[in-house]
Structures are given as structure tokens and as C-alpha cells.
Design a binder for this molecule. Structure first.
Ligand code: COA
Length: 259
């Protein structure tokens, strides 16, 4: 049903794989639309507790936005491209209530790194290479990269990566805190699934409240502490809270209804 992506669902985990290998999984308009649809479906699916996003093949997660599509754009078309992309995919993913793990399996450049950064956290294979090469094309990152990279690795490091347009390898990304773990290519998805398994043991309702609260701290004009207080209070009205606290007091494992 999709042209450029593959989706699967297994044991509570939905995996979305960008599958446009001949173009190193570059994000053209159609792929962005399909990703939006697939993330939406996975988020609404009650059986999906964790979403993994990865790239097809051994070479690339995503080598960027599709340069051939915007090479002749005007000023207003350029602005619209960034606005539409952020709305449909990058902000959309960052604000999903289901946890999203990016499994970076190769080049994550430009829009590819921006997609990985929109995920809630990232792991990488040892062959991964990450960068924001946009200024080498005469443009800047337009899918949130100028904001999310400094949030994740600090302003000075982000400035250097953006200005040099260079790539860092997986170990450097680990040292910067851009990715949480580095493993072999073969072990990348198993590791993502293992972490997903740990997440799934917990209350999905509480996890979405946590995502909302953490994200609030990065939103202009929003007080993250205030959001946290509201979300904390809301948890007391959920079935998951009743189950979690009762199970603890009864010295048994919680079986969360996810409500
Ligand atoms: N947009 C469109 N097409 C892309 C692409 C992108 N961002 N990245 C790679 N491709 C295409 C190439 O044009 C090539 O297509 P072709 O075989 O039809 O000519 C194919 O993917 C394979 O890429 P190629 O450059 O031949 O592979 P490589 O191993 O020599 O180099 C990279 C790999 C990642 C270093 C190189 O592809 C690259 O620099 N890509 C662009 C990265 C970029 O600037 N991204 C930010 C965009 S804002």
C-alpha cells in the first residue's frame, strides 16, 4: 500500500522502514506523506506501544531531503517546503504520544538526521554517519535541525556541525549524546526491540504524559514545570495509575490496561 516505506507490527512494536534504497532513502514529497500516514496509523493503533523508524539496506538511514525536488524552488516555495515538512513529519513525530526510537543504520544526513532527532531518542549502528550538510548546498536545515541539534548536543557543537557541513561517526555521536547506544548493524534492530520491550512494561498513558511534559520544556512560551504539574495530576485519574500502585502494594507485576 506504500511505495517508499515498509511497515510491520509485532509484539507491540510497529517498525517503519524507509525503503528507497536507490536514492539512499532520501525523503521526497511522497515519502514524507507516506511516513506521516504510517506514523499516524501506528500511533492510533492500540496494540502499538513503541514505534521504531529505520532505513532499508546497509548504507543509509536517510541521506537527506530529496535535493532533486527542490533545486529550482523560489523563496516562497522553499518556506512552504519547510513548513509543510515540519507539520507533517518532524513536529508530528516529536509530539506523538507513542514513543519513537530511531535506529540509525547508516547515513543520516540533513532531513535524515532531522528525522532521527525528531524521534524521542536514537540508537545507531557502528557504520552510521551523521551530519547537517545543508550549508554546502547554500541552504540551512529546514526540518528543525537548527533547533533540535543544539538542544541535543549543545550550541557550540551544533554550530560547528552545521557550519562545517561535516559528518560525525557513530562513536562521536555517542560521545556527543546524539545517540544513546552504538552497536553492530546486525544487532541494531534487536537492540531497539529490547529497549522497546522495557518501555512496554510500563504505563503507556504515563509515558505519553511524560513525552508531553518533556517536550513542553522546549516549546516557546510554555512553562514545562506547569505542564508537568498538570500531567502529573491527570495521571491520578487513570486506570493505569490505580493498577500500577495497587500492583506495587500487592507485591505483584502490574498489568496496565493502557487507559
Ligand atoms: N537527494 C536526492 N538524491 C540523493 C540524495 C539526496 N539527499 N542522497 C543521495 N541521493 C542519490 C544520488 O543522487 C544517487 O542517485 P543516482 O544513482 O540516481 O545518481 C544515489 O542516491 C546514490 O548516492 P551516491 O551519491 O551515488 O552515493 P555515494 O555512496 O557516492 O555517496 C552520500 C553517499 C550520502 C555521501 C551522497 O549521496 C550525498 O552526499 N548525498 C547528499 C547528502 C545531502 O547533502 N543531504 C542533505 C540534503 S538537504
Amino acid at each position: 500500500m506504500y511505495t517508499n516505506i515498509l511497515t510491520s507490527q509485532n509484539n507491540g512494536i510497529s517498525t517503519i522502514t524507509i525503503n528507497r534504497q536507490s536514492k539512499l532513502n532520501a525523503l521526497n514529497k511522497e515519502t514524507i506523506q507516506e511516513l506521516h500516514a504510517a506514523f499516524r496509523v501506528a500511533d492510533l493503533d492500540h496494540d502499538t506501544k513503541v514505534i521504531i523508524v529505520t532505513g532499508s539496506g546497509e548504507k543509509a538511514f536517510v541521506a537527506g531531503a530529496d535535493i532533486s525536488e527542490f533545486a529550482d524552488f523560489s523563496v516562497s516555495e522553499g518556506g512552504k517546503l519547510a513548513a509543510k515538512g515540519q507539520e507533517l513529519l518532524f513536529d508530528f513525530v516529536a509530539n506523538l504520544s507513542t514513543p519513537v526510537i530511531a535506529a540509525v543504520n547508516g547515513f543520516a544526513l540533513g532531513g535524515g538526521l532531522e528525522l532521527a532527532m525528531a524521534a524521542h531518542f536514537r540508537i545507531a549502528s557502528a557504520n552510521a554517519k551523521m551530519g547537517l550538510p545543508e550549508v554546502s548546498l547554500g541552504v540551512i536545515p529546514g526540518y528543525g535541525g537548527t533547533q533540535r541539534l543544539p538542544q541535543l548536543i549543545g550550541k557550540g557543537r551544533a554550530m560547528e556541525m552545521i557550519m562545517t557541513a561535516g559528518m560525525i561517526d557513530a562513536n562521536q555521536a555517542l560521545q556527543y549524546g546524539l545517540v544513546n547506544h552504538v552497536t553492530t548493524l546486525e544487532e541494531l534492530l534487536p537492540l531497539a526491540e529490547k529497549i522497546g520491550g522495557k518501555i512496554m512494561r510500563n504505563s503507556s498513558v504515563a509515558i505519553s504524559a511524560a513525552i508531553t511534559s518533556v517536550n513542553a520544556g522546549y516549546e516557546d512560551g510554555v512553562n514545562g514545570f506547569k505542564t508537568e504539574i498538570e500531567q502529573f495530576g491527570n495521571c491520578f485519574g487513570t486506570e493505569d495509575f490505580k493498577e500500577g500502585t495497587t500492583a506495587f502494594l500487592e507485591k505483584r507485576k502490574a498489568n496496565f490496561p493502557g487507559k
